[in-house]
Design a binder for this molecule. Structure first.
Ligand code: CAA
Length: 282
């Protein structure tokens, strides 16, 4: 890649966008990260914490400060105009995402590679809002991004082979493993993960066992690093609900119906770790 092609834009400095910007910078690329000033401030603190942990374990080739110097705050979307690779990681909301892609069409060059980190909104639909489907695809990172090796690479109906090849190259540069799939609701990761989390929530609702017991059974019995309820809290219960809604409406099968308890907790604002309360208190 040329120096110009090394310019990467990331939109959204939440948990996922922040982690993505960090691994891009760790790979030696310059990254422009766009969000509100408050979100950028929180993101910097989270990157410092994560880089500090990696450094303490000898997993960083350079000082954390040197990595952070490659992350440039971008107050305006227009600041991303020169980037050749754009990774979108804003909230899981079709209206927000499609509005951003419509603006990006005016800002980015025709050959820019544009990827969304959506966990479930159809790639083909988002590609239409951008308007250059050949240059658009899904790059779905896993949380926590600096630790998890997988990136799910999702082709929209119109994604060009060249775009997929470029994306695979980028994922390799980030030190991650790319696994490809096609654009169907929930892709592979969430189509399999979310029904399991939903079933664990149904177990709580029906009084089958306490949350701690359900998680312990899955950790000790199935060797999962986190129990399903701790994981749902970690992902965010609102995000889990949004993904289950997409699976339910997109596939039309009642087996994806979100648990009424999940709906109730989200309505109460119990969103998991980020709100301080979910199946556990934080
Ligand atoms: N940055 C840097 N290092 C981090 C980190 C971060 N953000 N988070 C954890 N670590 C490091 C720790 O420092 C620790 O390092 P060592 O092994 O060298 O000591 C290591 O990761 C393990 O951390 P902990 O000891 O704190 O805790 P743990 O052993 O439980 O691991 C975990 C934490 C990696 C998150 C592990 O619990 C895990 O893998 N959980 C499952 C995560 C998962 O399933 N993610 C996918 C969610 S689905 C998704 O993201 C997609 C979607 O669309 C919803």
């Amino acid at each position: 890649m040329s120096a110009e092609a090394d310019r990467v834009g990331v939109i959204g400095a939440g948990q996922m966008g922040s982690g993505i910007a960090q691994v891009v910078a760790q790979a030696g690329l310059e990254v422009w990260l766009h969000d509100t000033p408050e979100a950028l401030k929180r993101s910097k603190a989270s990157m410092e914490d994560s880089l500090g942990r990696l450094s303490a374990r000898g997993r960083l080739q350079e000082a954390p400060g040197a990595v952070l110097e490659r992350v440039h705050p971008a107050a305006e979307l227009e600041d991303l105009a020169g980037v050749r690779t754009l990774l979108e990681a804003v909230t899981e909301d079709w209206g927000v995402k499609s509005g951003i892609f419509a603006r990006l069409r005016e800002l980015l060059s025709e050959d820019a590679l544009v990827a969304t980190n959506t966990s479930s909104i159809p790639i083909t639909q988002l590609a239409s809002s951008y308007g250059r489907p050949g240059r658009f695809l899904g790059l779905h990172f896993m949380n926590p991004v600096p630790v998890m090796p997988l990136v799910e690479v999702i082709r929209g109906l119109g994604t060009a082979e060249e775009a997929v090849a470029q994306a695979l190259d980028l994922v390799g540069r980030l030190g991650k493993t790319a696994v490809q799939c096609n654009d169907y609701p929930g892709f592979v990761s969430n189509r399999i993960l979310m029904p399991m989390l939903n079933e664990a929530i149904q177990c709580v609702m029906e009084g089958v066992a306490e949350p701690e017991a359900i998680d312990q059974i899955m950790r000790l019995g199935m060797n999962h690093p986190m129990g399903p309820l701790a994981l749902a809290d970690f992902i965010g219960l609102d995000t889990c609900l949004a993904i289950l809604e997409v699976l339910h409406s997109g596939l039309g099968d009642p087996k994806y119906r979100p648990s009424p308890l999940l709906r109730k907790m989200v309505a109460a604002g119990w969103l998991g770790r980020k709100s301080g309360r979910g199946f556990y208190r934080y």
